[in-house]
Design a protein around this ligand. Structure first.
Ligand code: MLT
Length: 407
């Protein structure tokens, strides 16, 4: 007999975005004539910029030559890309770091990182939250049993981020070992200042905890005093792992490329209290389970850091931020309470009184054919809220806002 990993039985229904897609497909099959506008999953719509395409073509041609062909690459990523990352994403911020692991996505890395942590670690997540952090800890046995009446897991520490605390998470009352933070935040689109983030870094240093910092939306920061990297905070190298992604920054949701920083200074502990390097463990994990990102993809990512590449991706980000403004201002004018959308491609709104997030989802889908993501899908404190993304086309964004207002 082959037994299963019973932790999987604790997972709730399907992955949030699969549930949303299923509902939309069902509606669409029954109503083929309706023009549905999708502002649900945060998937980009603008094509890959020319500089990146040029680099990919060149890399493809190289692969067809005897001299340029490459087989397995370094599991940690090619030096040319790691160097470009270090210089552009860190040196420019005054941060000395070179412990970069290139990967096929921040979602994969956020999910896989749990491999190196003890099953008994206490995990804290902000609530609402990007579901990957929670689900991967359920799969690996850190969540305990699901409590249906609360829509919460017994062993997870939920840290609310709602209007009540202005979306600023408060330190947990009990001691936690692994803390997931995502800023600019998915799903709320809100940010922390350097001072606010420092409180978490100080907590982690004091308690020997680890911060898993998801910075996938860094490219959308427009305001000063919002940190672009957690390593801008003193001491963070000792306690933080940072995840970055090219998905939203450069439209790589289909190409797949990201990276994770695991500083050498960061120590984890055996149960008997001995220090172990997190960098060494992650390297060992990657070398065993991962064969690196394709050369062509890494050449594409490198092109983002050329002068022309930077300019071109900035234009796309500007376009999405303009969409965010259209949604934010349009809905505010119509009387909605709206958050995010300034340093983020996500707009988080309060659903009209008397409706749950899923009821509002159904109403939008069925009455005006607009798709968003129900807040409660991101956790119990997301109930009563709804997320729209700015990743659509400008025309669709304007049309969606108009339809919601008419509703
Ligand atoms: C989202 O919509 O939250 C994201 O697109 C999901 C992801 O990046 O995996």
């Amino acid at each position: 007999m082959s037994y299963i990993n019973e932790n999987f039985l604790e997972l709730q229904e399907s992955y949030l975005f699969s549930t949303v897609a299923k509902k939309v497909n069902e509606y669409s099959a029954k109503n083929p004539d309706k023009k549905i506008i999708k502002l649900g999953i945060g998937d980009v719509t603008k094509p890959i910029v020319p500089e990146v395409i040029k680099a990919m073509h060149k890399a493809v041609d190289e692969m067809g030559t005897k001299e340029g062909f490459r087989g397995y690459g370094p599991e940690q990523g090619y030096e040319f890309l790691r160097k470009a990352i270090v210089e552009n994403d860190y040196k420019d911020l005054g941060i000395e770091i070179d412990e970069i692991f290139v990967s096929d996505g921040a979602k994969c890395d956020c999910g896989n990182i749990v491999d190196i942590f003890d099953e008994n670690n206490k995990v804290a997540i902000t609530d609402p939250v990007y579901p990957v952090y929670l689900d991967t800890n359920v799969m690996s046995g850190r969540s305990g049993k699901y409590k249906k009446e609360l829509d919460m897991y017994k062993n997870i520490v939920y840290i609310p981020v709602t209007t009540e605390n202005n979306f600023i998470p408060e330190l947990p009352k009990e001691k936690v070992d692994m803390i997931y933070l995502c800023f600019p935040n998915n799903p709320t689109g809100t940010t922390l200042t350097k001072q606010q983030l420092k409180i978490w870094v100080d907590y982690a240093i004091k308690n020997k905890s680890i911060i898993l910092f998801d910075s996938a939306y860094e490219a959308f920061i427009t305001e000063d005093n919002v940190p672009h990297s957690i390593y801008e905070i003193e001491g963070a190298k000792k306690v933080a792992i940072e995840f970055r992604s090219f998905s939203k920054t450069a439209g790589f949701t289909g190409i797949r490329c990201a990276y994770t920083v695991v500083p050498k200074e960061l120590k984890l502990y055996t149960r008997s209290g001995e220090e172990v390097s997190a960098n060494k463990l992650w390297n060992r994990r990657q070398c065993t389970k991962f064969n690196g990102v394709p050369y062509i993809t890494q050449k594409a990512a490198e092109a983002i850091y050329t002068e022309e590449g930077k300019k071109q991706i900035k234009e796309n980000i500007k376009y999405y931020l303009e969409n965010a403004k259209i949604i934010k201002q349009g809905l505010e004018k119509a009387g909605f309470t709206v958050y995010g959308g300034v340093n983020s491609p996500y707009i988080w709104l309060k659903v009209p009184d008397g409706l749950t997030s899923w009821q509002f989802f159904d109403k939008l889908l069925e009455e005006v054919n607009v798709v968003g993501t129900p807040g409660s899908g991101f956790g119990p404190h997301g109930e009563g809220y709804f997320r729209l993304t700015a990743f659509g086309t400008k025309e669709n964004t304007e049309e969606a806002v108009k339809r919601i207002i008419d509703l």
